[in-house]
Design a protein around this ligand. Sequence first.
Ligand SMILES: [Ca+2]
Length: 422
Amino acid sequence: MKNLLLISAALFLVSCANAPVAEAEPLPTAEPTTEGQTPQRTLGLNQDQRYALWKTEFINRAIEKNYDPVLVRSVIAPAKINALALERDANQPEFTKPVWSYVDGAASAARISSGQDKMTEVDPVLDTIEAKYQVPREVLTAIWGLETSYGRILGRHDIIDSLSTFAFEGRRQKFGESQLFALLDLLTSGDVRREQLTGAWAGAMGMTQFIPTTFRDYAVDLDGNGNKDLWTDPGDALASAANYISRSGWRAGEPVMTEVRLPSDFDYSVTDGSKRTINDWTAIGVEPVSGQRWSTEAGFLEAKLIAPGGSRGPKFLTFKNFDVLKRYNNSTSYVMGISVLADALERKPGIQQDWPREDELVSFEQKKAMQQKLTDLGYSTGGVDGRIGPNSRRAIRAWQAANGLTADGYIEQRLFKRIMGQ
Ligand SMILES: [Ca+2]
């Protein structure tokens, strides 16, 4: 199985025979946010008193839902506020990392070499997992490496403390509460033990950083010892990641993304959204950077074109499997990091085209100012929130086109200054 998968991945450009299948059902990974509201009757109480009151109410709600009262009280009553979680959750980082720094860090020499050692170490278990779930070992190992440095950094926060803190007050109350109920489900089923429930401040647990709802719905006990041990057993952890990815719609034998070259006069309005077949992309001059040609079968696969560093950076076609990995973590940089690290683990070449590394990125406040300016100029960004999503990129593109620039929707300091100076 291992060899078959490696061969089919390696020969994909000339031999892929997978027909497109129906879209998989979206899976619940999103974290709904709600504005916290202080009820009238808790005014005047201090934080500890409000938290104690919340615990009593939560315990009652859980018992009404037929959870075992002894279990619920033993889990919730001793919980403590995680002050760090509240503080971190409230802070918006001023600058986000440039995509090239993220991808470089994801596929650092150290992470590649540890990953290759780890793959050798758990080789038999990866054979079993690949045969069962059809997800390549390099992708699973890359997730393991990026999430927790192959299990070295698991987070030491008590998960009940963190999630009860979110459920108690702040912008993530609904998220915290649904995650707490998932933890109660896990403890009720006996899949995990209370003392195992440690992880990152935001609630993710184990070597593959599952939030409790994902843990409850997708974690597996690969060795059948009665415990879903995502903390110390790479077999359980990697099989759980494989199960989650497989059930999110992974297509065996298809790539995640392929680096491509574009003609110099390329129309960037087609990046970032529209799905087209490989045949359609080929017709407008999009070619694999490797110089290889697509196979006839691959021609019918659908892909999106992305240029995360703009027209002066590398470009990629992203496939269905790219979207599947986004359900694991809804970030283009993250999935690119997984893809580049997985390729490196398979000893394939890295990204060929240069990134515009000299570019200075714009801050959160600058993004908001620019969104306001573009909106004032008649290019709607669909809101002023400091996040550059599809609407903002469309507005930037329209401004670029109207000003005789390459309309790639990519923003850095020089373009920011030009827009603000208009
Ligand atoms: Ca187990």
